[in-house]
Write a protein that binds this ligand. Structure first.
Ligand code: PLP
Length: 377
């Protein structure tokens, strides 16, 4: 199979699998236990936190482990509200992942007000629109760093600066799930108060994530129980998963230049190939992250094309994996101003360092063959 759906999830890196095995089979102790096996798990947890904190440039105490990107996002927004329940307004953008938009909907059901700021044609909000949405009772602004459907990179540092200028007490959360493998992040420099991450987007295991909570951020945990994660996330930690997450991040750290170069080169090859296919419109901006290429094949329905590609052994998707099975139209492409027919004809290829030139060539050749056939049928 040619797997071009790495924005949906990535294969587990061999080194991550190897690192995890020990914490399933031998050092399976509970990291809160004081015996040897527990202490071994605790050491692994501490080491993993250190590795990831170094990678994203924050302090270890500012990072807590969760069950994934969705939980991190939910926990960021709910935790902010629990700490300041008098603040009843949230600002976000129309192109966020459903993990953000649906969490905001739940907050709305609970009586908060949510302003969803529209974006331009590539999914970027303007500073003026974002800051003018802020009110005296605004609790948090949530804007993603890299869009998972079209790859747009958002100037989070600039937005944080603008928001803090008009309202220093408003918290800034960023969904950085797609950013972790695409750029070297410095949470310190970006200035966000909270940021969400997920292991399975960086060749780590599924069901593990992290939440960055800047020191001093007013925040209260919505998940109560044990005192794990410094009382910020109750529940026995997923030690093998967290170890795998850190191993995947270590791999990235060690291979960063080649990793980035390979994805960039494959992306250029794919773009060149797509240009050979008549009636192709690229939805991703030219300065998108190279790993995500969203494209419309005019006159070809995305669901039919994806099914045909699947039969040919090529895995791609129509935007977010979370909506892929439901035949819902992409809210991201709609927010970018694409008409219904265009959103229905758009698909996403997402690449990784394991994607080969031969795979790209075969994908392009297959598209050259089947797109005209599907147009005629
Ligand atoms: N945010 C973005 C941008 C994503 O792409 C995803 C995954 O699809 C998530 C959040 C949710 O992450 P997880 O699958 O780890 O819950």
């Amino acid at each position: 199979m040619i797997y071009l759906d790495h924005a949906a999830t990535t294969p587990l890196r061999g080194s991550a699998l190897t690192a995890m095995e020990r914490y399933f089979a031998q050092a399976y102790g509970n990291p809160s236990s004081i015996h040897q096996s527990g202490r071994a798990a605790r050491l692994a947890l501490d080491a993993a936190r250190h590795t990831i904190a170094e990678f994203v440039d924050c302090q270890t105490a500012e990072l807590l482990f969760t069950s994934g990107g969705t939980e991190s996002i939910h926990s960021a927004l709910f935790g902010a509200w629990l700490a300041q329940p008098q603040k009843r307004h949230v600002v976000t953008t129309a192109v966020e992942h459903h993990a953000v938009l649906h969490t905001c909907q739940l907050l709305e059901e609970l009586g908060l007000q949510v302003t969803v700021v529209p974006t331009d044609r590539v999914g970027r909000v303007s500073v003026a629109q974002l800051t003018s949405a802020i009110r005296p009772d605004t609790l948090v602004v949530s804007v993603m760093r890299i869009n998972n459907e079209i790859g747009t990179i958002v100037d989070i540092a600039g937005l944080v600066q603008a928001v803090k200028l008009v309202a220093p007490e408003v918290l800034f959360h960023s969904d950085m799930v797609q950013a972790l493998s695409s750029e070297r992040l410095s949470l310190d420099a970006l200035g966000v108060d909270m940021a969400s991450f997920s292991a399975h987007k960086v060749n780590g295991p599924k069901g593990v994530g992290a939440l960055f909570l800047r020191r001093g951020t007013p925040w209260k945990s919505a998940l109560r129980g044990g005192a794990q994660e410094r009382d910020r996330r109750a529940g026995t930690e997923n030690v093998p998963g967290i170890v795998g997450f850190a191993a995947a991040v270590s791999w990235l750290e060690a291979h960063w230049p080649e990793h980035q170069r390979t994805i960039h080169d494959r992306s250029v090859e794919l773009m060149r190939g797509l240009q050979r296919i008549v009636g192709t419109e690229v939805n991703s901006p030219t300065d998108a992250t190279p790993g995500i290429v969203n494209v419309r094949f005019v006159g070809v329905r995305a669901d039919r094309l994806l099914m045909r590609l699947d039969l040919e052994g090529i895995a791609a998707s129509a935007g977010s994996a979370c909506t892929a099975g439901s035949l819902q139209q992409s809210h991201v492409l709609a927010a970018c101003g694409l008409v219904d027919s265009a959103t229905r004809e758009s698909i996403r290829f997402s690449l990784a360092d394991v994607t080969t030139s031969a795979e790209i060539a075969e994908t392009v050749a297959t598209l050259e063959r089947i797109v005209p056939l599907l147009r005629r049928s």
